[in-house]
Design a protein around this ligand. Structure first.
Ligand SMILES: Cc1ncc(C[n+]2csc(CCOP(=O)(O)OP(=O)(O)O)c2C)c(N)n1
Length: 578
């Protein structure tokens, strides 16, 4: 049989190390599906919703370096959108094949038509449609090159009729080039940087995910500068372990220790971070930012210096220019505060809760204790992010995936699908919100279909907890944030795998131990306390007022029990507020 464009596409994906395509097949995608079947070198993963496919591919791209998902014309494209936004904003290399209606039907409002150029414009770094067989391999090569090097989503539009045409060998490259150049600031810039650091007293280093590859170099630098190290959520797994200088995370989900270290320093050194919350960024001290993407410099804070470089290359080149500081009083004070903060976090673990009001902090802490040293965690947007940020610890081998830049719900379960498929043998644990899991519930069937040994832990607080908290600090009584949930353990059983419910905090460790030891998928439905809140590291007076106002409105509305529950579950936070 003559080679078709679809076969050529599959060959190119295989050559680039793509191992699977996450998709729901149909109409314009059928030629590609058939080429995958005939190839035998790549797998078609039949998800139940394209959004789940895009999330799964995003997780695979983050863990493996390149991944692929696909959507059939029209609604198949639209379903991909949220996951593609997430992948693009996270900066992971992802090929999205958008098969379109046949070319003769373009521009006449045909059944299932979408204009893919317009639709995917805002969530891609490359976005084209191949309308001839000659264009197809050239465009796919360019799409992959963009995805890898611009770190983002490349949309390859492929009309159904074009995928069935006889393939044409390209006169240009059919394969891709992966580069790893050394990038650091110029000699002059490095010596200016060293000068500022050598002359300054109190220095705090703040790391994002861009510093993950530079763990040892950054620790070495912190040792010379006697500098505490804070990190963002995405920076945590790369920087928390084997780190005698760490003071935790800052930001909405973070801890007061990192916030203080940054605000009390003379100089803050931002390494590989695009941390977006300027409310948590100090304004009175000197800020120096280093990033591989110079377009990111200065967009989150006023800078003393903005430098372009990879963090490992830059710090390696900087180290010989840095003198050992003698005074470590600033570092010691910040580490002491961090110790105090850690003790505070423990209060919520020791108080494990009561029947059907299990403390979510205790759940996250127990997961952390029982999980493998090289586990892959996924966390749903919502309170699971808070518990994950505070209670899951880095080991240097663990990974943590979430919708950290796009902030979309429902990511944890499908990301776990991608993680499990591309990391066989690794323990994959998803921390799911009950709202998040409900959103893409159908893809539990995908977990069963491929028998993926994912452990899903549902923080079942019967509420959109994060939003309930938002409303309360805004001074609004929470409204329509409650959820009447199905029995998630029974849902898992109906899907064909083990599901268990935990009502009693005392039973949690044993049930989790059992679940983690099982070979196949398991869902553990934990009835957590809906009143458990989490306060940000910096609390505004407005938020204190908001909380009081909200409680007042609940009392007036006859919801005294809700008020008492909130007070009981959060006595320590509330004590801090007052
Ligand atoms: C797709 C989407 N819709 C709405 C939101 C706004 N939002 C952020 S967190 C949240 C609540 C999440 O609830 P749940 O999954 O039950 O987790 P919890 O916060 O209760 O732990 C909502 C509605 C969002 N981030 N993404």
């Amino acid at each position: 049989m003559a080679k078709k464009v679809a076969d050529q596409i599959v060959e190119m994906l295989v050559e680039n190390g793509v191992k699977r395509i996450y998709a729901v097949t149909g109409d314009s995608l059928n030629e590609l599906n058939d080429a995958v079947r005939r190839s035998g070198k790549i797998k078609w993963i039949h998800v139940r919703h394209e959004e789940a496919g895009a999330y799964a591919a995003a997780a695979e791209a983050e863990l493996d370096g390149l991944a692929c998902c696909a959507g059939s014309c029209g609604p198949g494209h639209v379903h991909l959108i949220n996951g593609l936004y997430d992948a693009h904003r996270t900066g992971v290399p992802l090929i999205a094949i958008a098969s379109t209606i046949n070319t003769p039907e373009y521009g006449i409002d045909y059944f299932q038509s979408t204009n893919t150029i317009r639709l995917f414009d805002d969530c891609s770094c490359y976005n084209e449609v191949a309308s001839t067989a000659v264009q197809a391999p050239r465009m796919l090569q360019t799409a992959i090159q963009h995805a890898i090097h611009n770190k983002g989503v490349a949309v390859f539009g492929l009309p159904g009729d074009v995928s069935a045409l006889p393939a044409v060998e390209s006169v240009t490259a059919m394969h891709n080039y992966r580069n790893n150049p050394v990038i650091h600031p110029s000699t002059d810039e490095l010596s200016q940087l060293a000068d500022v650091l050598n002359k300054s007293g109190k220095i705090t280093i703040f790391c994002g995910v861009g510093a993950a590859e530079a763990h040892d170099e950054v620790i070495h630098l912190a040792g010379l500068l006697n500098a505490p190290i804070g990190y963002s959520f995405r920076g945590k797994m790369g920087m928390q372990y084997d780190n005698p200088y760490e003071v935790g995370m800052t930001g909405l989900l973070g801890l007061p220790s990192a916030y203080h270290s940054m605000h009390e320093a003379d100089v803050v050194l931002l390494l590989g971070t695009d941390f977006p919350y300027d409310a948590f960024m100090p304004v009175k001290n000197k800020i120096i930012q280093i990033d591989t993407k110079p377009e990111k410099l200065g967009r989150r804070a006023k800078l003393e210096m903005g430098l372009c470089g990879k963090i490992d290359d830059t710090v390696r080149a900087l180290l010989p220019l840095i003198q050992q500081k003698q005074d470590n009083s600033f570092l010691k004070a910040q580490l002491k505060l961090y110790d105090h903060v850690k003790e505070h976090l423990n209060i919520y673990v020791e108080d494990s809760g009561t029947v059907d009001k299990i403390s979510p902090e205790f759940v996250a802490h127990t997961i952390n204790q029982l999980a493998a040293e090289d586990a892959i965690f996924t966390v749903d947007t919502g309170m699971c992010c808070v518990w994950g940020a505070r209670y899951l610890h880095a080991t240097g081998k663990r990974k943590l995936l979430g919708s950290f830049n796009h902030g979309s719900m429902a990511n944890a379960m499908p990301m776990a699908i991608g993680a499990a498929l591309c990391s066989p043998g690794k323990q994959v644990i998803a921390l799911c919100g009950d709202g998040g899991l409900s959103m893409l519930l159908g893809d539990l069937a995908t977990i069963k279909q491929y028998n993926l040994p994912i452990k899903l832990v549902v923080f079942n607080n019967r509420a959109l907890g994060m939003v309930k908290l938002e409303m309360e600090v805004q001074g609004l009584p929470d409204n329509e944030t409650d959820m009447v949930n199905p029995d998630f353990a029974l849902v898992a059983q109906a899907m064909g795998f083990t599901g268990m419910t935990v009502h009693n905090p005392g039973a949690l460790p044993e049930i989790l131990r059992k679940a983690f030891a099982e070979d196949g998928p398991v869902l553990v439905n934990v009835m957590t306390n809906p009143a458990s809140l989490a306060m940000p590291p910096k609390i505004e007076w407005e938020q204190v007022k908001g909380m009081a106002l909200s409680m007042g409105k609940l009392i007036l509305g006859g919801r005294m029990d809700d008020v008492l529950d909130t007070v009981k579950a959060n006595y320590k936070h509330i004590n801090d507020l007052l």
